[in-house]
Design a protein around this ligand. Structure first.
Ligand SMILES: [Zn+2]
Ligand SMILES: [Zn+2]
Length: 290
């Protein structure tokens, strides 16, 4: 076991070490709560409550589905202050127009100028242009976008900080660049793409050009890629890692979980490991109760 990881006496059911979990040493209620409303090529949306400010990263389900999943998680769509878009692919923006109109009319949309244009959102008055490396505030949270390597107009990941907590999200990236790894350094909660198992993808039903695209530097991170990235990103205050954007054709929950948990176990790290689901809400990080 590497020296310096946090030690703790309380176990939770999902704790990969089985004996220790950083959650029991968390401040209560937590200042940062992350709820994955769904993740994968059929839709992506993650809710973040940062000191009472509610925001979404991406809005890739229909408005009705997004609202329904939020209600299931005990979240009020009318409380959403901001939607942060990673890129314009439909599994990330599909529901945004109707969601804003029906559920969150005063909400701001943050995205790079190229993403706004590619998503057809650049004429809206409620948008705010994001630049990689230039932080901005949403309520009490500090948000910083960082460039990722993907076949979209100007895709980004996000780092959301409140107090000494930080959530870093990087999905839809063919490789984790030095810039992205740098932006994710020191995050207490990580959402990392565990898209595919390389063998499953290579032997699977996708056409050759699609396999090449996924495996390219502008495609998606494999279980092995994400595990290697996690080895460099793990640190003493990391408490939760979420495997995201898992392919239902080229990966399984078991393989993604084995890759993630195996990496943490190899490092002797007690962070909690979760695999985000496509079809149901997973409250990856404890909700504020009461
Ligand atoms: Zn995607
Ligand atoms: Zn994409």
């Amino acid at each position: 076991m590497r020296k310096g990881w946090p030690s703790c006496s309380g176990a939770t059911p999902s704790c990969v070490s089985g004996t220790a979990c950083t959650l029991s040493t968390m401040p209560y209620p937590p200042r940062l709560t992350v709820v994955c409303l769904g993740s994968g090529s059929a839709g992506n949306c993650t809710a973040i409550d940062a000191d009472g400010t509610l925001m979404l990263v991406d809005c890739g389900f229909s408005a009705r589905e997004t609202a329904s999943r939020m209600h299931a998680a005990g979240l009020d769509p009318a409380r959403v202050r901001a939607i942060l878009l990673t890129h314009e692919h439909s599994d990330h923006v599909r529901g945004i127009d109707v969601f804003l109109r029906r559920h969150a009319p005063g909400c701001a949309v943050h995205a790079t100028a190229a993403t706004l244009a590619a998503a057809g959102l650049d004429q809206r008055a409620d948008t705010s242009k994001v630049r990689a490396g230039r932080p901005f505030d949403v309520g009490g949270a500090r948000v910083t976008a960082f460039r990722i390597s993907h076949d979209a107009a100007d895709p980004v990941g996000y780092r959301i900080e409140v107090g000494d907590e930080a959530f870093g999200l990087a999905t839809d990236c063919g490789v984790l660049t030095a810039e992205a790894a740098d932006a994710l350094t020191g995050c207490t909660v990580l959402g990392l793409e565990f898209n595919h198992d390389v063998t499953m993808l290579e032997r699977g039903p996708y056409p050759y050009h699609l396999k090449r695209r996924i495996l390219s530097a502008h495609g998606h991170l494999s279980n092995d890629d994400a595990s290697a990235a996690l080895e460099t990103l793990a640190h003493t205050r990391l408490r939760h890692v979420i495997a995201m954007h898992r392919s239902r054709t080229n990966n399984t929950v078991e393989l993604a979980k084995a890759a993630l948990s195996g990496t943490l176990r190899r490092l002797g790290h007690p962070a909690v490991a979760e695999v985000a689901a496509q079809t149901f809400v997973r409250p990856c990080v404890p909700m504020n109760r009461g």
